[in-house]
Design a protein around this ligand. Sequence first.
Ligand SMILES: O=C(O)C(=O)C[C@]1(C(=O)O)C=C[C@@H](O)C=C1
Length: 333
Amino acid sequence: MSRQKVTFLGPVGTYSHQAALQQFPDSSKYELIPSSSIPSCFEAVLSNNEIEYAVIPLENSTNGQVVFTYDLIRDVLNKNNNDESSKSINDYNNRKYPPLNIIGEQYVKIEHCLVVSDKDDLKNFDSINFENLYSHPQVWGQVSEYLNKPDFKGKFKNIIDCKSTSEAMLRCKEDKQKGIHSLAIGSGAGAKVNECEIVEEGINNMKGNTTRFLTFVKRKDNEKQLSTLLLNSESLNEKSEEKIVMLTFTTLKEGPGSLVEVLKIFQNFNINMTSISSRPIGQQSGKWQYIFYVEYDYIEGLNWRDEILKEIDDRCLTWALWGIFPRDPGYYV
Ligand SMILES: O=C(O)C(=O)C[C@]1(C(=O)O)C=C[C@@H](O)C=C1
């Protein structure tokens, strides 16, 4: 039987690669396929019939949201809104059905290293004035103290964003081929895979720095039941007592109280909300509108369909249930 395909933010050696290995450790059942950017990961799992799963970074413990991912969740929902299957299975007035479901989460410790392309640059590090410093944009906030160190600030001319930390190292190697001395920041695993040399390890501002990743799967047609979402995630993860629900919504009206009206539902049912985020969805009638992302504990035995989701449907302009998935033990490390 052919292996199921999983895409992740590549190339190999990224932190996303590490997260994908954690989520899909059995290489006899799963084939990990790198995508060149976070948008192309979404594109691959949405439009490539062979790709079943995608492992995508969502947030970092020191510099917060990976906004590329939050915006893609928002945009995927809007794009899919006109999708016929989403209309045909609509069992509420304002519910949208995303084309992907979230069925898992992974946590990866972020231990950034400063790397050079080869042993020569390592040996001559002190005497070289480097041209470029490459990394993923999410990294700059995680190493801001190191970048501002007096003895490092003047070491390079340009800071250049790359699509991933491993791509940053590839760019560093390419520069050296052209006789340009450059630097990159990424993981120790990435340095090994890309045959770069580590100048300094553990340069992130906070040692406990962790990035949280979500595992997405294509939503099967007509899959709407909560229970199916739950089964999906249990088939992939060890059984976990604690389950998390990811829900997105836009509020019925702007102005005071519109958000509170929705959040009160969780309070009324004594449901513990574990996170809330928002991203703009543009201006309507001259006012900024937002999509909200909430996560909360999934409590067995509550009447989700006819009570909680019904109330959410009554109090939201639109809403979508992205998945119910087990809390990974990495959350507590
Ligand atoms: O570039 C990588 O290695 C990634 O996996 C992306 C990413 C991110 O998007 O946050 C993942 C972990 C770190 O926070 C830095 C970068």
